[in-house]
Design a protein around this ligand. Structure first.
Ligand code: F6R
Length: 586
């Protein structure tokens, strides 16, 4: 998804912008550009990767952008920054301007010439249109005309400042000494400063080298505390691993510990829960679906799970007492839209996110954080298992406060939850054997992931990881469902990854495995029970945990499996094609 950066200070702006843009590469993009003021405005923008930009501009103030095409194909013309007709104002934009057609028509009538097919270009012309006002006022007037979602930064020749505005798209400000930064997320400028100001929707900011002034929507100055971020640049870098994804898979024991520690260090709100809706997208949706099984088991209340993109527009949603919205980035447009709808429907809402101050936190009644640290690989890994940790913790604590669990049982479950980092370490120790398995199945055209009950969402997640980064077609199914259709595709040697925890459905899983081995599937079992070896072609042994906790170990084993299949195939693991880390459009 688009990323924006900006710099004002004493360093060479080209260097800073290129470095900070590089740190946003993981969001996914198809073109990049920068604009720098050094007496006049100098702009370089191109379709393709950041490395394709040839910039040797002088100047200590500038803005930059990585674009992920929405309006208009990826091209040099449609790349940001956009410039007004006089070539004095440059803007970068992340989000979508919904009323751009009507603005463009108006601007064309007053003589503006457009050079791109984008919605964003109209912003530069609109600021120019208010040229009789000082730059700050002109910027604010233009932004107030926009409908849709945006994070915008603008610079103007003769003005030593960067103006920014935010609504429903991420934007953070980094505060340095005699220099200031903006970016779509914190890791971009973490090398330079860990002091951060988070803008809220509807706010503006004016950055000069020695000051950052924040204004509300009416242009009234407001105070905002500076937050110190305790991630290091190292946290956001690869730390010796070949890929961010692998580093993040291996960080899971620590991420779980940090998440549980943070949860225990706060007072958990207590709610009387009669029914629950969970709303999310992608991997977060799979965490939510696992959460359904856990909440239903422990709280004995009905739980419905929805894709955020569907929930937003459903004609009727059941009346829940509680709606949980899960989004690691906190910026997913559909999940934010769903949070707004849930509120309009009068629900109590809880957001689960990994990013402090992200947009979702503005739209929910309560926030629970996963403390996974920055996740750079496009495929979610440590944010998934920490989302599970939050959901399990929330379920156990709520069950205790609602007297659905005795203190003793709750403590037993909590202590098993605390053992998960240890069990995950054990799975990570198995990397070599999982890699060997991955190499055996890497040439497949298609795979199934099957499981029952609580592990069914983990099978969905395993299949999603596999297709995202290896580009092999993979589907997750409840094992009992195969014979109702999908079994038709099983043929000689097709890999079927079967999750076989030692739970109440163990024997039923074995029967389902028999159904596919009878049709010559190549079955890779995941189980803590060595006997499963007799039923499958190959077994990945995972540590034995209480049945309720098996999703943690299975999910990590499947992440490693997908990673090593993708690596065997030489895929771009951290930045798979067509995917973006933060999906800020519907
Ligand atoms: C898959 C993946 C995506 C995200 C989805 C939601 O590996 O990362 O499916 O889970 O785009 O993102 P968040 O959690 O940021 O709302």
């Amino acid at each position: 998804m688009c990323g924006i950066v900006g710099y004002i200070g004493f360093r060479n702006a080209s260097d800073v912008l290129l470095k900070t843009l590089k740190r946003l590469e993981y969001r996914g993009y198809d073109s990049a550009g920068v604009a720098i003021i050094n007496g006049s405005l100098q702009v370089e923008k191109k379709k393709g990767y950041i490395d394709a930009l040839s910039i040797d501009f002088e100047g200590t103030i500038g803005i930059g952008h990585t674009r992920w095409a929405t309006h208009g194909a990826p091209s040099n013309e449609n790349a940001h920054p956009f410039v007004d007709c006089k070539g004095e104002i440059a803007i970068v934009h992340n989000g979508i301007i919904e009323n751009f057609m009507e603005l463009k028509e108006e601007l064309l009538k007053s003589g503006h010439i457009f050079k791109s097919d984008t919605d964003s270009e109209s912003i530069a012309h609109l600021i120019e249109e208010y040229g009789e006002y000082p730059f700050r006022a002109a910027f604010m007037k233009a932004v107030r005309r926009l409908r849709g979602s945006f994070a915008i930064a603008a610079i103007k020749v003769g003005e030593r400042k960067i103006m920014v505005a935010k609504k429903e798209s991420p934007l953070v400000i980094g505060i340095g000494d005699h220099e200031n930064f903006i970016a779509s997320d914190i890791p971009a400028f973490l090398e330079y400063t860990n002091r951060v100001v988070v803008l809220k929707d509807g706010e503006f900011a004016e950055l000069e080298e020695d000051s950052v002034t924040i204004y509300d929507n009416n242009g009234k100055e407001i105070h905002r505390d500076v937050t110190r971020i305790d991630w290091s640049v190292e946290d956001a870098e690869k730390g010796g691993y070949e890929h961010f994804m692998l580093k993040e898979i291996f960080e899971q024991p620590r991420a779980m510990e940090d998440t549980l520690y943070a949860l225990e260090s706060r007072e958990l709100f207590s709610l009387d829960i009669e029914r629950v809706n969970i709303v999310a997208c992608g991997t977060s949706y799979h965490a939510g679906l696992t959460g359904k099984y856990v909440l239903e088991e422990l709280l004995h209340v009905p739980v419905s799970v929805y894709y955020a993109s569907e929930y937003r527009y459903m004609a009727a949603v059941e009346d829940p007492a509680l709606t949980i919205l899960i989004t690691q980035s906190g910026e997913t447009a559909d999940t934010i839209g769903a949070a707004k709808r849930a509120k309009e429907l009068g629900n109590i809402t809880v957001g689960i996110t990994n990013v402090v101050g992200s947009s979702i936190t503005n739209y929910v009644d309560y926030v629970l954080y996963t403390n996974a640290g920055p996740e750079i690989g496009v495929a979610a890994t440590k944010t998934f298992t920490t989302q599970l940790a939050v959901l399990y913790y929330f379920a156990i604590r709520s069950a205790l406060s609602m007297r659905k669990l005795t203190r003793k049982s709750a403590e037993r479950l909590l202590s098993e939850l605390h053992r998960m980092p240890y069990y995950i370490e054990k799975v990570l120790d198995e990397e070599e054997s999982i890699k060997a398995e991955a190499q055996k199945i890497a040439n497949a055209n298609s795979m199934y992931f099957i499981a029952r009950g609580l592990n069914y969402p983990v099978a969905l997640e395993g299949a999603l990881k596999m297709k995202e980064i290896s580009y092999i077609h993979a589907e997750g199914y409840p094992a009992g469902e195969l014979k109702h259709g999908p079994i038709a595709l099983i043929d000689n040697g097709m890999p079927v990854i079967a999750l076989v925890p030692e739970d109440a459905l163990y024997e039923k899983m074995l029967s389902n495995i028999k159904e596919v081995t009878a049709r010559d599937a190549y079955v890779v079992g995941l189980s803590s029970n060595g006997d499963v070896e007799k039923w499958v072609n190959s077994l990945i042994l995972v540590p034995h945990t209480q049945p309720l906790f098996t999703p943690f170990v299975n999910a990590v084993a499947l992440q490693l499996l997908a990673y090593h299949v993708a690596k065997t195939l030489g895929r771009k693991i951290d930045k798979p094609k067509n995917l973006a880390k933060t999906v800020t459009v519907e």
